[in-house]
Ligand binder design. Structure first.
Ligand SMILES: CC(C)(COP(=O)(O)OP(=O)(O)OC[C@H]1O[C@@H](n2cnc3c(N)ncnc32)[C@H](O)[C@@H]1OP(=O)(O)O)[C@@H](O)C(=O)NCCC(=O)NCCS
Length: 153
């Protein structure tokens, strides 16, 4: 069995390494800050271990909006490239689904970049089916000037 547990304070460096491998260069302070900013009880960062090493993580979160009942959203998943193909990803997703069931979620959603062909096969292998295709838009925002936000009054 692959040991899975909640991420702890000492894991920030290993998580930064994995997040960087996923394509989002980050250091341990950035990871610590982002994890500290997560709403309590609304998500979990779970890590898979091998001995003293962290070999993968999944971030699962409750997805709340007014259109549908609560479901869960996989916000991030990666297995260290040296550890792939030995069941770590499957074990992380099982732990994420268990967390979602405990939090009364009826479905789990995951979005994956169309370029990640391996991930697509992986999710299908785990019983996930594509439900829609989306185009993600983004716009760079200017830095906030103090006193300029009317909602802060
Ligand atoms: C996708 C990823 C998490 C899979 O982790 P993993 O530990 O290698 O996967 P597992 O060994 O648990 O594989 C589980 C099943 O999926 C299949 N699978 C895994 N990767 C696959 C691939 N690239 N192509 C085809 N099938 C794959 C396995 O054959 C296995 O099937 P089986 O249990 O019936 O033999 C890992 O490859 C990864 O981190 N990729 C880079 C980051 C990424 O794409 N993350 C997802 C972003 S949404």
């Amino acid at each position: 069995m692959i040991p899975i547990r909640r991420a702890q304070r000492q894991d920030m460096g290993a998580l930064a390494h994995l997040v960087t491998q996923l394509g989002y260069p980050s250091d341990r302070d950035q990871i610590r800050r982002r994890i500290n900013s997560l709403a309590p009880g609304q998500s979990a960062v779970l890590v898979a271990t091998s001995g003293d090493n962290i070999v993968g993580f999944v971030h699962i979160a409750i997805k709340v909006n007014i259109q549908v009942e609560p479901s869960a959203d996989v916000r991030g998943l990666i297995v260290d490239e040296r550890e792939r193909g030995s069941g770590v990803g499957r074990a992380l997703m099982q732990a994420a689904e268990d967390w979602a069931i405990q939090h009364r979620c009826a479905n789990v959603y995951v979005s994956t970049n169309v370029l990640r062909l391996g991930a697509r096969s992986f999710y299908r292998q785990l019983g996930y089916e594509p439900v829609k295709e989306s185009l993600v838009f983004s716009k760079r925002l200017p830095a906030e000037r103090s006193g300029s936000n009317p909602h802060r009054r």
